[in-house]
Design a protein around this ligand. Sequence first.
Ligand SMILES: CSCCC(=O)C(=O)COP(=O)(O)O
Ligand SMILES: [Zn+2]
Length: 211
Amino acid sequence: MSLAEEKWKELADIKDELAERDWFMGTSGNLAIKVSDSPLQFLVTASGKDKRKRTKEDFLLVDEIGRPVEETHLKPSAETLLHVEIYRKTKAGCSLHVHTIDNNVISEIYGDQEAVTFKGQELIKAFDKWEEDAVLRIPIIPNHAHIPTLAKCFSSHISEDAGAVLIRNHGITVWGKTSFEAKKVLEASEFLFRYQLRLLEHKPYQLFKVV
Ligand SMILES: CSCCC(=O)C(=O)COP(=O)(O)O
Ligand SMILES: [Zn+2]
């Protein structure tokens, strides 16, 4: 099996796991996994497809600016430029984007603050923050319809090899050095969003900052 075939299967297995959680409603979501550094090439989900299905046309190989490497009728994800920024600026190996009710509601509740911040939850350790009272800040950016503008805004929040950015009333994009780390960051983010929303249910009259 070639490296590209190995990465294809790795990403397809991750996609199946996220599909089991019903995190690809209405064809939303896109996933990517790096295949080579020089030249930069990565597999990305084909645009507009039902990501709950597993087919031979789920992904396509794109270059350092998100163009298909081979002749194809498939279109790369509409949000390929966000994945380009991740691989251009970091050593990340995998990036995942999903729309969930929880991440959309959190992004709207805390959107005006331009970030949602967590402190004191054990799952913060999934972001490799182990110190006592570590604080996790997840930026929230506007959902620019013009993808190059969205990618530029998104890029300003990329500095480490693993991270997460919320796009307001849209979804979350996470990345990690490996697909394992990217999925861990995604699961931890969604856990923390669900935790915060549950907490707010018990304090309905306070939209308080968690820190
Ligand atoms: C119907 S979801 C709108 C597009 C989107 O936000 C998304 O995540 C999926 O777009 P893609 O082009 O990757 O299928
Ligand atoms: Zn999206």
